[in-house]
Design a protein around this ligand. Structure first.
Ligand code: ZN
Length: 172
């Protein structure tokens, strides 16, 4: 990871942590993101949820509010990064955190992730139609960009994907 400033200290050191410990923590926080996805679903939005975790604490929660807010940019990641930046209080930077989101971020959200400097991103389901973290585009590992977060996809993938499948099944 390369950066243009700011001290970055991941909540859990992915190198030092036991893989099983890291996976357990990732699954725990992905479940919190799934709870946010269910809130999105309750107001008629596609169920996508996100949390930002710093030092083992959730400092931001976000969910897709595109329909609720009539806002094409009200994706869970954008909203959670905004809330987390305020909570962390390091200006606009989301330093030392991990972003958990139930669906692979799109191009806009990958851009927001780069801008926020969040050091680590964990997502659940892959998005073969719009995913910008490897599926359609690979925004987060572009060597030209000044920030490249560590990315882990597929955490609780079956649960995260089933949420979306059930939502669209019910709408048909
Ligand atoms: Zn997005």
């Amino acid at each position: 990871m390369r950066d243009d400033g700011g001290v970055e200290e991941p909540a859990i050191d992915p190198v030092g942590a036991e893989p099983a410990t890291l996976l357990a923590a990732d699954e725990r926080f992905m479940r919190a993101a799934i709870e946010e996805a269910l809130v999105a679903q309750s107001h008629g939005d596609v169920p996508i949820g996100a949390v930002v975790v710093v030092g083992g604490e959730i400092v931001g929660r976000g969910r897709n509010e595109r329909e609720l807010a009539s806002d094409p940019t009200a994706h869970a990641e954008v909203l959670v990064l905004r809330e987390a930046a305020h909570a962390i209080g390091d200006g606009w930077r989301v330093t030392g955190g991990t972003l958990y989101v139930t669906l692979e971020p799109c191009t806009m959200c990958a851009g927001a992730i780069v801008l926020s400097r969040v050091p680590r991103v964990v997502f659940g389901a892959f998005d073969p139609k719009a995913g910008a973290c490897g599926s359609v585009l690979s925004v987060l590992d572009r060597p030209e960009l000044n920030h490249r977060p560590q990315v882990q996809g597929g955490v609780l993938e079956p649960e995260c994907a089933e949420l979306l499948r059930a939502f669209f099944r019910a709408r048909r």
